[in-house]
Design a protein around this ligand. Structure first.
Ligand code: FES
Ligand code: FES
Length: 156
């Protein structure tokens, strides 16, 4: 079985596994990268989102073979506790999250949006987060946080 190569958070990977396994299974079960979470397992909730070539993609619904030679970013690649991404700072400042389960996928969707569109409108932020389920009612705060991060990144 040929191995599959891709870049994960800037690091070259060479994975020898069943190419039909899901990317989420490879990340969590094979590589110990646990930021992308398992929610629905059916591409419906966004908890497992990763950035592939500037798009937020459900890793649970993405076979390993399809990411050959791609650049993949998970929440681990966004920022650190010492050097958080502007989105992570903005989510804290706006108190835009309640659980730690769905929010990594939400941050990934927001980061993918800001990569493609550094100055989104409120409507564009809502559209970008539309595929991420959150049941705690933080949606408006999240939109404010993404706009705040965009402003901060533009001011740099
Ligand atoms: S776990 Fe992948 S979209 Fe829900
Ligand atoms: S932040 Fe996770 S349910 Fe709202």
């Amino acid at each position: 079985m040929p191995s599959i190569r891709f870049r994960l958070n800037g690091v070259e990977m060479d994975i020898d596994a069943d190419p039909n396994r899901s990317l989420l299974d490879i990340l969590r079960g094979h590589l110990g990268v646990t930021g992308p979470h398992f929610g629905c397992g059916a591409g419906e909730c966004g908890a497992c989102n990763v950035i592939i070539d500037d798009r937020a993609i459900a890793a649970c619904d993405t076979p390993l073979w399809s990411v050959a030679d791609k650049d993949i970013t998970t929440i681990e690649g966004l920022g650190t506790a010492e050097q958080p991404h502007p989105l992570q700072r903005a989510f804290i400042a706006e108190q835009a999250l309640q659980c730690g389960y769905c929010v990594s996928g939400i941050l990934i969707s927001a980061a993918a949006l800001l990569k493609r569109n550094p100055a989104p409108t409120s409507k564009e932020v809502k559209q970008a987060l539309d595929g991420n389920l959150c049941r705690c009612g933080s949606h408006n705060r999240m939109v404010r946080a993404v706009l705040r991060a965009a402003d901060e990144m533009a001011a740099r």
